[in-house]
Design a protein around this ligand. Structure first.
Ligand SMILES: [Zn+2]
Length: 150
């Protein structure tokens, strides 16, 4: 993760409301904010995932709003820890995020095995997509799960 702004100041993490084509409001998108020069950018790992999400959004209905943390596992974990955790140092927060990710990956892997046993292909694909938001590579029973490219 990028830690410092071009001006040398350490970034702060924050969440923003992003408007897409004046049609969809996406709330709680994680961003890096420089407290000194007010430079702001979407987190690098969010960019690709957000682009993929935007491409899937329907623009036919009335304008509507969604919450990004409903669509991205890691954003959800970070949001919960960011808003609820008593940890007050970046290292403590990072450790807590790491721990939550590991727990969530284990839950998803359990679900993945259920989906596999049930032979439910579309459920498996959905879980794979969620796993890929938390980790580049995940192994199930010694086999690497390959994610469909987004
Ligand atoms: Zn700066």
């Amino acid at each position: 993760m990028l830690e410092h702004c071009k001006c040398g100041q350490r970034y702060d993490l924050d969440f923003r409301l992003v408007d897409y084509k004046k049609h969809v409001s996406i709330d709680n998108v994680p961003v890096l904010v420089c407290p000194k020069c007010e430079y702001e950018e979407v987190l690098p790992w969010v960019r690709k995932d957000l682009t993929a999400l935007l491409q899937k959004l329907s623009l036919c209905e009335e304008p509507y709003g969604i919450d990004y943390t409903d669509f991205n596992e890691l954003a959800c974990i970070i949001y919960v820890i960011f808003t609820c955790s008593p940890a007050d140092t970046k290292d403590a927060l990072k450790a807590e995020i790491q721990e939550s990710c590991t727990a969530r990956i284990n839950t998803l892997l359990d679900l993945y095995r259920c989906a596999k046993d049930a032979g439910d292909r579309s459920w498996m694909t959905e879980i794979e997509a969620r796993l890929s938001q938390l980790s580049e590579k995940v192994y199930i029973d010694g086999q690497e799960v390959r994610y469909s490219s987004v």
